[in-house]
Design a protein around this ligand. Structure first.
Ligand SMILES: Cc1cc2nc3c(=O)[nH]c(=O)nc-3n(C[C@H](O)[C@H](O)[C@H](O)COP(=O)(O)O)c2cc1C
Length: 334
């Protein structure tokens, strides 16, 4: 389970940073793998409203949105946005990130693509402001509601604190520890319990295992935790993967290869399926049932055979999910 924190305050050691770090520490204690990005350190060009993303599904600014932010959002089970209140909303650097997420909004609502990870991804807001006004968080709440919807995350909750102004005030807050503990537990416990965990593995995690995991997420939704990994992960996914999956109306843009070794640090798979040509190295994951699928031509297909490869993997995943009888028995051994 990956919990990512996007820290929106320009003050690196201020109240928002303290609150977010506390939340991520609590998430780690509950078994999550955590990541944090300091948004003002990123290069994010403000959206110019050119509408290219609405037509084509991508942005012409090749900055940290494409390189860091979208890949992290897409791999996260929980996206935490942490922000101080600036004039009743978020600071400008974080607003640029939110506006540029229009690319994901467009892929979802204009191009009608489905992010297969959407059924289990959660969004959470942490925010602090100086005044005591009753409506202090109304505006950021509304912004987050539509932001999380745009990035395909379910807005699952928030922790907000007023009358927090000078650095250090958050640290001294009387109920902070118990608030964070309760919120993190409520948010993460259901995600921890969504067994079984199924990991699709191929040599470099650039194509076949990515396809299989996306189909499993799509067809099983939150009834399983479907992941993919590579024995020797490449730097990027196969150049034809996104377009091929778009023909199935599925959006796998911004996914990145991941190593099996790193994945098994924070995840205990129940079942591992190795996709290969039948000559792949055997793998052993403690506690997991390991099986193999032979996928002819799966390592380096030409453009013409991509669609049929995709169909083969889709059918195999559908059969697998069907055989698991997940709807009736979540605890079934797979
Ligand atoms: C430019 C700016 C605008 C702010 N606007 C508001 C505001 O509208 N309402 C409010 O309650 N606090 C406002 N604040 C105060 C901050 O929200 C508050 O000091 C917060 O604790 C800062 O968190 P940080 O230490 O993480 O940066 C503003 C602060 C700055 C610098």
């Amino acid at each position: 389970m990956i919990v990512s924190g996007f820290m929106g305050s320009p003050r690196k050691n201020g109240n928002t940073a303290f609150l977010l770090k506390k939340f991520l520490k609590e998430a780690e204690a509950l078994g999550a793998e955590t990541r944090m990005l300091h948004v003002p350190d990123l290069t994010i060009h403000p959206c110019t409203g050119c509408a290219l993303c609405e037509k084509k599904g991508y942005c012409h600014f090749n900055d940290d949105m494409q390189k860091e932010v979208f890949p992290l959002m897409r791999m996260s089970d929980v996206v935490v946005i942490a922000s101080p209140i600036y004039f009743y909303n978020v600071p400008s650097e974080l607003k640029a990130l939110i506006d540029r997420s229009q690319t994901l909004w467009s892929r979802k609502y204009k191009l009608r693509l489905t992010d297969p990870g959407q059924s289990s991804r959660k969004g959470f807001l942490l925010s602090v402001g100086a005044t005591r006004g009753k409506d202090l968080f109304d505006s950021i709440h509304l912004t987050m509601k539509y932001f999380f919807r745009g990035i395909a995350a379910d807005f699952a909750g928030e922790l907000t604190y007023n009358r927090i102004e000078e650095p250090g005030e958050m640290k001294r807050h009387a109920t902070l520890n118990s608030d964070v503990h309760t919120a993190a537990e409520q948010l993460l416990t259901p995600l921890k319990q969504r067994t079984p965990t199924l990991v699709f593995v191929c040599r470099d995690n650039s194509l076949t295992s990515q396809m299989a995991a996306a189909f499993a997420q799509h067809y099983a939704g939150d009834r399983i935790h479907a992941l993919s990994a590579g024995i020797h992960p490449g730097h990027d996914i196969h150049p034809e993967l996104v377009k091929t999956m778009e023909k199935k109306n599925l959006d796998v843009a911004y996914r990145r290869p991941r190593s099996l070794a790193s994945l098994t640090v924070g995840t205990r798979p129940d079942r591992v399926i190795l996709l290969g040509d039948g000559e792949d190295t055997a793998i052993h994951i403690p506690g997991a049932r390991v099986s193999s699928w032979t996928i002819p031509g799966g390592h380096n297909p030409d453009t013409d055979s991509m669609a049929s490869l995709c169909d083969v993997i889709e059918d195999k995943v559908k059969d697998l999910i069907h055989g698991l009888h997940l709807a009736t028995d979540h605890s079934k051994t797979i």
